[in-house]
Design a protein around this ligand. Structure first.
Ligand code: GLN
Length: 190
């Protein structure tokens, strides 16, 4: 299976390495023809406003919207979650949200980079051992729609959720060296 990582800006490299480690063919996606070639896609952390502008500049907005609407599995991490959300608070007016994950999220809600932290998460879908989640200028999910399944919470707030084949987390799963979330995303029935 070919799994793409959007590589316009942000933390693509370690996602590609994690995907390769779980046996996927991992491909960087920067152009529409590269998007057309992958079976699923990770939207990495980074800066959602910048990624949004670069999606426009590279002609990827429409093709990506079509792939998501067509049922491609997609995982948005941190900035990537913001791109998939229905509503983003404290964003830029022109920042793109694909509305694929029915959540409202607030950007930078934990504060600046210096307020980064890590926390152990219980994720039943990943087994009993906690997942170390690293939060870097992360958003907070303030609302989830009725079709959104919350897979993990921190202090009562959703930090990992999915709506069908659209997954989002507010942390950086590629930084902890724990491959379970990448494996689960790749192994879900196509
Ligand atoms: N605060 C960033 C944004 O708004 C997200 C941070 C991250 O992806 N680590 O896009």
């Amino acid at each position: 299976m070919k799994v793409g990582v959007l590589a316009l800006q942000g933390a693509a490299g370690l996602h590609l390495a994690a995907l390769a480690s779980v046996g996927a063919a991992a491909l960087a996606v920067r152009r529409p023809d590269e998007l057309a070639d992958v079976d699923r896609l990770i939207l990495p952390g980074g800066e959602s406003t910048t990624i949004s502008m670069l999606l426009e500049a590279n002609g990827l907005v429409q093709p990506l919207a079509e792939r998501i609407a067509g049922g491609m599995a997609v995982l948005g991490t941190c900035a990537g979650l913001l791109l998939l959300a229905t509503d983003v608070a404290d964003g830029r007016d022109d920042q793109r949200c694909f509305g694929a994950l029915d959540i409202s999220a607030r950007r930078n809600a934990y504060g600046p980079q210096s307020e980064s932290f890590e926390a152990p998460l219980q994720v039943a879908a990943l087994g009993p051992a906690p997942l170390t989640a690293i939060f870097i200028r992360s958003p907070v999910v303030e609302r989830t729609g009725p079709d959104v399944e919350v897979l993990a919470r921190l202090d009562g707030r959703p930090v990992l959720c999915r709506q069908g084949r659209v997954w989002g987390c507010t942390f950086h799963p590629e930084l902890s060296g724990d491959l379970r979330l990448h494996r689960l995303f790749c192994e879900e029935a196509p």
